[in-house]
Design a protein around this ligand. Structure first.
Ligand code: T3D
Length: 265
């Protein structure tokens, strides 16, 4: 059974397989994000980072939604933080934790991903959508600006032309169109999503963890580097990867015509 990390975010750690699953768990409100939920989500990412046996992470939603973004009812409560504070202190740390996590995150987008929920999806390394999923920036419909990294991720994932349409018109995007635009890598029948995401996470968890972490870092940096910067970073990171026991194991496995057994050293 999954253990509760606060009731709104579930963390399940399969130490044997090396896969951690984080589930947004307010299905009655389509997993809309409240303050305690954002705190629990940040704690969940910190926890999977600290668990050395966990090598890959799945982020998904309970019920029919992935995440409907900010809980709009909570915003109307007295004492709600100013929006700048909420974004800086609650949303941005989650996005940083996801992008800086030295382990790959598979987004299993099981249903609607709206507003900050779309941002969370975009912050995953690999995105697999259920054919029932839809994506909507949605921020503009409540008179807000895309946040939680949406203005940064979106043009990089879908290009400037589609990014402007999605961010300014806020129309929902089907899973099929999300694949076409490059918002997700693939869409699968809803009934197959969990197994598909798990199969991908299992493959990631079987990889060489340090190479995986350095690859994630290089890909992230590439969005900001010119070619010279990317070439130099690749050289630096390859030097580090080349000194790992896992590199030696990968080479030995190739020569022996067997599967490698990576230990993370
Ligand atoms: O702190 C800050 O505010 C700054 C950060 C902002 C980041 C943001 O995320 S802004 C964008 C916020 N999100 C939205 O604007 C999306 C709002 N939701 C919707 O547009 C629709 O619910 C959906 C398109 C996502 C799904 O539509 P549908 O028809 O499938 O479901 P529904 O009937 O609208 O929703 C089902 C229930 O979930 C319903 O509750 P009820 O009436 O049965 O008690 C609905 O109120 C609730 N729900 C859905 N989204 C939210 C929500 N409750 C609170 N906040 C939500 N975002």
């Amino acid at each position: 059974m999954p253990e509760a990390d606060g009731e709104t975010v579930l963390v399940e750690l399969d130490q044997g397989a090396g896969v951690g699953t984080i589930t947004l768990n307010r299905p009655a409100a389509l997993n809309a994000l409240t303050v305690p939920m954002k705190q629990a989500l940040l704690a969940a990412f910190r926890r999977v980072e600290q668990e050395t046996a966990i090598r890959a992470v799945i982020l998904t939603g309970a019920g029919r939604a992935f995440c409907a973004g900010q809980d709009l009812r909570e915003r109307l409560e007295p004492g709600a933080a100013p929006l700048g504070v909420e974004v800086r202190e609650r949303y941005n740390p989650i996005v940083r934790a996801m992008r800086n996590l030295p382990k790959p995150i598979v987004g299993a987008i099981n249903g609607v991903a709206a507003g900050a929920g779309a941002s969370l999806a975009m912050a995953c390394d690999i995105r697999i959508a259920s054919d029932a999923a839809t994506f909507a920036l949605a921020f503009g419909r409540v008179g807000l600006v895309p946040d939680s990294g949406a203005t940064w991720f979106l043009p990089r994932l879908v290009g400037a032309t589609h990014a402007a349409e999605l961010a300014l018109l806020n129309d929902p995007v089907s899973a099929t169109d999300a694949v076409r635009l490059g918002l997700v890598g693939r869409a699968v029948p809803a009934a197959e999503l969990a197994a598909e995401a798990r199969a991908v996470a299992d493959r990631l968890a079987a990889g060489a963890p340090q190479a995986m972490a350095l690859t994630k870092r290089a890909l992230q940096a590439a969005w900001e580097h010119d070619l010279e910067g990317a070439l130099e970073l690749e050289a630096e990171l390859q030097d580090r990867a080349g000194r790992t026991k896992d590199h030696a194991e990968g080479m030995a496995a190739f020569m022996d015509k067997r599967q490698p057994r990576f230990t993370g050293e």
